[in-house]
Write a protein that binds this ligand. Sequence first.
Ligand code: AMP
Ligand code: ZN
Length: 397
Amino acid sequence: MNLSTLNFAPAVPIPDHLVGEVQSKLAYVDERIASAQISPAGEQISIDLKQPVAESERSAIEEKVQRVVVSMAKGAIRPKVQVLEDYLDRSTPFVGDPMPELMQRGEIHREADGIYTLGPLLTRLIDWFERRFLDLADSFSAKPYRFPTLIPARYLERVGYFRAFPHSLSFATHLRSDLDQIDAFAEGAACDNHDNLNVPPERFAPIQTLLSPAVCYHLYFTLADQLLPPQGVVATAVGNCFRYESLNLNSLERLWNFTMREVIFVGAKEFVLENRELARQRMQRVFEEIGFAYRVESANDPFFIGEFRKQAAFQSAFQLKYEIRARLPFKDGTLAVGSYNYHQDFFGRHLNIQLPDGSAAHTGCVAFGLERIAFAFLAQFGFDANQWPLSMQEILQ
Ligand code: AMP
Ligand code: ZN
């Protein structure tokens, strides 16, 4: 028997709509897991371990996997997927995987899992999309903002982020302000051959700060404990976002450090919902102009195991999230390149953002993943500019 693989049936059936979601959570189950697959129909789980482990340890890993399965799949209700736009079958000229070509051209450089530098082609492509997003922001007279990359732990705590997404947090700290500690660090700091920096944890200051996982939170905190103007607030910002995706970090599709452009609406319920809808219609025209193959459908955030069932059902029932899923022809799949979100009065209540009538403000945002949209574009249109939409060919001149 091969002691570094585990194959077993799930304790409860995994409905096919949850297979991807459960599989992505298996990356966080145990550090000894190298990869985890669930068969498409959800009846078989196979786990590859980084090295052989004793039988008792194998059972312990299996038990943890089953905890995930039961928590996410038991009693799960299939959400009704609502499709608002479906242009997945637009014909596009390219079918290859852009990654090998991007690597070979030196257009991307992988610094570590989920951390890439982008070269001129991707940068110009992103700039092109950014101009479209800024036009969208302008069409709402959105005010521009710049937000920090760091976010206080207290902020994330206040909006329940630790409970909802503990697995993807990225913490920021610094050395304690103590000369002995700093001297000792400067003398001895080195990375071992697993790239781990050999610093005793007690040398670090307590964690008060994280790397920000989203852009719009920063705006909500600037509005906390305030009365909104009657016309509401529309803002736009681009920023670095961090979501640790463990074994799921692969290619430009899933990054630890990525950039997001958001257009953010704060105001009365109708104001937010109407603007979210207008934003969708305006982007529909942009995507049509370039012949992008995608679909807009209802979705849920990747809540962690314990929160998943309840929160995902809630988002689905109230149509809180729609994703723009671009076709990736090389894998016959799709990739979320953006989302249209409505948070009801969640932030308004938790942060005391008030409408003129004293009730809690509603919020919503339109968010685009810049690396992903450029990647999906190359996956559909390839590297030969003659095959690109006319309006984009100037990018390469
Ligand atoms: P969300 O707020 O989760 O809807 O994220 C907005 C957009 O950010 C998504 O539609 C993606 O395009 C992008 N995004 C989210 N997570 C990642 C990631 N790990 N790597 C790259 N892009 C991401
Ligand atoms: Zn947002």
